[in-house]
Design a protein around this ligand. Structure first.
Ligand code: SR1
Length: 320
């Protein structure tokens, strides 16, 4: 019934290439579920590739996607130096392009992000408040990933405004098993810095790695401030004695839906802003416990603003 209201080209079926740099971990899995759900509602055949954090492979996948002449391309994460020249080629070839979490300044490209600089500031300020405005903190950061670089700019602002906060260690690893690899580095940081009061870990895989290291070292008085949310993350945050006290997060499935809707609007020639922001919410451990939130479904019910169904949409786009 819904398909009949779609524009003609969608009724016939359209192909959208989703070219992913990373796909492992809760955020990326949930994001894909949302994207697939929205694609199905729009009769879009989503052609998905995953470069598993290998940037050469990401470039190869993007070139292959361009060569296959899809109706649109969504580039999900990736280094600007790797993907932007190819994105320019795609635009020149007349293919509509949407990027999520890529630093790109081609005016034809729709860029989606989770207001990451502001997110970095908000979770950083929460950390400062949580440790009384002073003390030693650890920071998990890997440069080169647009959302992490943007959050880092927000955190830099917080540090400038709070001179009694001493960042004593920066560490982290993004890989196919980010949480485990970050945990190994966190073990060493925790041992070397016995006065640590908190760790800022603004990516849920980072946060989980740090939590595991703190639990193994019996140092759960060190507070963890993270980013992202998922059902497993909620389990970690609400566990008795958990050091993970706050996170700044969108609903990743909602962001995936926004990306597919943006591609649909662009390929249909409908108006869409070049910059699409999906604002995150600050979610505390206290909020989750007080509201008996155990799953992402529970959280969606308690925080309906996580579903930005009016972002990047039109009357003909089915709500999913
Ligand atoms: C390695 S970048 C990881 C981040 O990408 C998405 O923006 C998620 O929020 C995650 O924190």
């Amino acid at each position: 019934e819904q398909a009949a209201q779609l524009p003609e080209k969608f009724q016939a079926g359209v192909e959208v290439a989703l070219v992913r740099q990373l796909a492992s971990g809760d955020f990326f899995q949930q994001w894909l579920l949302g994207a697939e759900e929205q694609a199905k509602a729009l009769n879009i055949d989503l052609r998905i590739s995953d470069a598993r954090n290998n940037n050469d492979q990401h470039a190869t996948d993007l070139q292959r996607a361009i060569d296959s002449k899809p109706d649109a391309i969504i580039v999900d994460h990736g280094l600007a130096t790797t993907v932007n020249p190819l994105i320019d080629d795609a635009v020149k070839a007349g293919i509509p392009v949407v990027v999520f979490d890529v630093e790109n300044d081609n005016p034809e490209v729709v860029e989606i992000q989770q207001s990451d600089e502001e997110a970095g500031t908000r979770i950083g300020e929460e950390l400062v408040k949580g440790i009384g405005g002073e003390g030693e903190v650890g920071y998990v950061y890997v440069p080169g990933f647009a959302p992490l670089d943007r959050r880092n700019r927000g955190w830099d602002e917080v540090k400038k405004a709070n001179s009694a906060i001493k960042e004593v260690a920066q560490f982290g690893e993004v890989s196919d098993s980010t949480a485990n690899d970050t945990q190994e580095q966190a073990n060493a940081v925790i041992t070397a810095n016995p006065e640590l009061k908190a760790v800022l870990a603004p990516y849920d895989e980072f946060a989980k790695g740090v939590v595991n290291a703190l639990e193994a070292a019996n140092k759960t008085d060190v507070k963890v401030y993270g980013a992202d949310i998922s059902t497993p993350d909620i389990g970690v945050m609400t566990k008795e004695g958990s050091p993970w006290v706050a996170t700044i997060a969108t609903d990743p499935a909602n962001v995936g839906r926004v990306a597919v809707r943006a591609a649909a609007l662009k390929l249909n020639g409908d108006p869409i802003d070049t910059d699409v922001l999906v604002p995150p919410s600050l979610i505390t451990q206290d909020f989750l416990r007080e509201n008996s939130v155990k799953t992402l479904e529970d959280l969606r019910a308690k925080l309906p603003e996580l579903n930005t169904q009016d972002t990047a949409t039109a009357d003909w786009i089915p709500k999913s």
